[in-house]
Design a protein around this ligand. Structure first.
Ligand code: RIB
Ligand code: CA
Length: 317
């Protein structure tokens, strides 16, 4: 990334504990200029997630618009994450109230406004179902050239997590992902291949709590809550899916990436939402995404601790 100019960034997600931590990383890094937050239904219903987004913006002292996106996927029925992230979608620490109501503009019109007004092409970090981004691409094809990159959390080239084949965000709206991956706009795919390696352990997030600033203490509290759910699923530690989509923008050196043609499978009782990489070149198609497939886990954790330290308190890395 060019270190001179700030990177204009739109955060689109379904906060969600890991979306929230991804947004903490984005807000901590002076190389980003966050232009807007947009919400999409996924981990919970849209109204709950939009309220969470307003609370996270207040916690991070971000004076930027929060715009509400689509309540349901393009074609599929809405599938929420149940109580995976709790009743509110962001259970755990008490957060400040939103400083202002959501924007009058929809998420898509807010995204379009940011793209139109930005001198520099904009990065969209999309960490929920890709419904808003796909709708933007369909509604405003004339603005595609103003999107520098869509950095997504979604899919998995080796496995799913909601079905054996499909990851939650992808399965929630496969048609949206299909539109995105066939749009010609640069896409970075942080799938389960990398995000299930992005694990933080309790003794590591105690270092975050020990920073003793409100944001760090909140991040530790989110991890405390999220661990309960993951332990039931047999995980030790917490897999930080969405933060990969942001951290890979400013610390690509700690990630492994490969350009692949990735197909999004839309049909089949057991295969819908599958993301299949053409490793052998048999489709004859050029790559349509950069797949992030590996990570230096220890460095990832160091970057997260360092990001949390930027909100006050001493570094304990
Ligand atoms: O499968 C993980 C993804 O689903 C993450 O984005 C998490 O927030 C949920 O949306
Ligand atoms: Ca998410």
């Amino acid at each position: 990334m060019d270190n001179q100019k700030k990177i204009p960034l739109i955060l689109d997600g379904d906060p969600g504990h890991d979306d929230a931590i991804a947004w903490v990383i984005a807000a901590s890094d002076p190389r980003f200029e966050i232009k807007a937050i947009t919400t999409v239904a996924g981990n919970q219903t849209l109204a709950k997630l939009t309220r969470n987004a307003g609370k996270i913006a207040a916690l991070l002292d971000l004076d930027i618009p929060v715009a509400e996106g689509r309540e349901v996927p393009l074609i599929a029925d809405l599938m929420t994450g149940g109580d995976y992230h709790g009743e509110t979608g962001l259970d755990g620490p008490v957060l400040p109230e939103p400083k202002y109501p959501p924007s009058e503009l929809s998420a898509v019109e807010m995204m379009a406004k940011v793209l139109r007004e930005s001198e520099e092409p904009v990065i969209i970090a999309a960490t929920g179902p890709q419904t808003n981004v796909a709708t933007l691409l369909l509604t405003h094809p004339e603005l595609k050239h103003k999107i520098r990159l869509i950095s997504t959390m979604g899919g998995g080239l080796r496995n799913g997590n909601w079905t054996s084949a499909a990851e939650f965000n992808l399965l929630n709206d496969p048609e949206a992902a299909y539109i995105e991956y066939h749009s010609g706009v640069p896409v970075q795919m942080c799938g389960l291949d990398v995000t299930e390696q992005a694990i933080i352990y309790p003794e590591e997030w105690e270092k975050i709590r020990a920073l003793h600033n409100p944001v760090a203490e909140t991040v530790a509290g989110w991890l405390d809550f999220f661990q309960i759910k993951l332990k039931d699923l047999g995980w030790e530690g917490v897999t930080l899916h969405d933060p990969c989509a942001v951290l890979s923008l400013v610390h690509p050196e700690i990630f492994e990436m490969h350009d692949y043609y990735v197909e999004i499978v839309l049909d089949g009782e057991y295969t819908r939402g599958l993301t299949m990489a053409d490793y052998k070149g048999t489709t004859g198609n050029k790559p349509n995404c950069t797949a992030v497939t590996g990570i230096d886990r220890e460095k990832f954790v160091e970057c997260l601790i360092e990001a949390c330290s930027r909100f006050g308190g001493k570094e304990t890395v």
